[in-house]
Write a protein that binds this ligand. Structure first.
Ligand code: PGA
Length: 254
């Protein structure tokens, strides 16, 4: 069985001191993090990548970034290139997070360009997809997710998905305390796999699909036990060492 992916997206939270304390405390649970049943990844803000990389020496926890620019390099003040993330020892990058799509108005096509940049330098994208509450209420969940994925398929082709992880994150469940039901998560992962089957059954079956949106230690098991859900993307609960480690423990038992 493939390990469950337990990914902590710290967003724009914490100070140098807080992040150092968080990592030290998380890393003190070496046996949990080192279990072959889980793959743990943390996503600090760009400015803390170097520090967190150093704190992760001798730890099985991997490093990722929260965003990347769509250009290879150039005069783009304030932006960060995929090659720079590789330099900082990132192996993953979150792309198309709902906060990027909705607060920063990133289009499906822009997200697809970012996926392309990440893949060019062998960074694994964690491609987030998900619907607004209004979309769900109007029965548009699958159409929204299909459009988000199709833009990426058009840009990089189906085979590139071999190097991607998808995170299903209903926008209405992020940071709200609301969660999708396990049935909703199962149905969306099945829909995503059905779409990707056009690129081959093996690709669709092997694809890692995570659930994200208000995952906490007490509800993690209900998602991690859903058939076809291969892990969780955690925001708020990844900022407290105890709750993050507790979710990793749930991942080991699932
Ligand atoms: P949350 O965030 O766990 O705080 O809802 C999830 C995410 O934004 O990936």
């Amino acid at each position: 069985m493939k390990p469950k992916i337990i990914a902590g997206n710290w967003k724009m939270q914490g100070s140098l001191q807080e992040i150092t304390n968080l990592m030290r405390e998380v890393c003190s649970n070496f046996d949990v993090l080192n279990s072959p049943s889980v793959q743990v990844i943390v996503f600090p803000s760009f400015v803390y990548l170097h520090t967190v990389h150093q704190l992760l020496q001798n730890s099985p926890v991997l490093l990722g970034a929260q965003n990347v620019n769509e250009h290879v390099a150039g005069a783009y003040t304030g932006e960060v290139a995929a090659s720079m993330l590789k330099d900082m020892r990132c192996q993953f990058v979150i792309l198309g997070h709902s906060e990027r799509r909705h607060v920063y108005k990133e289009s499906n096509e822009l997200v697809a360009e970012k996926v392309q940049r990440a893949l060019e330098v062998q960074l694994t994208p964690i491609l987030c997809v998900g619907e607004l509450l209004e979309d769900r209420e109007k029965g548009r969940t699958e159409a929204v997710i299909q459009a988000q994925l199709q833009a990426v398929i058009d840009a990089v082709g189906y085979q590139a998905f071999q190097q991607c992880i998808i995170a299903y994150e209903p926008v209405w469940a992020i940071g709200t305390g609301l969660t999708a039901t396990p049935e909703q998560a199962e149905s969306v992962q099945a829909f995503i796999r059905k779409l990707l089957k056009q690129g081959g059954t093996e690709l669709a079956n092997k694809m890692s699909i995570l659930y994200g949106g208000s995952v906490k230690p007490d509800n993690a098991a209900s998602f991690l036990s859903v058939p076809g859900i291969d892990g969780v993307l955690i925001g708020g609960a990844s900022l407290k060492a105890q709750s993050f480690v507790d979710i990793c423990k749930v991942g080991i038992q699932s």
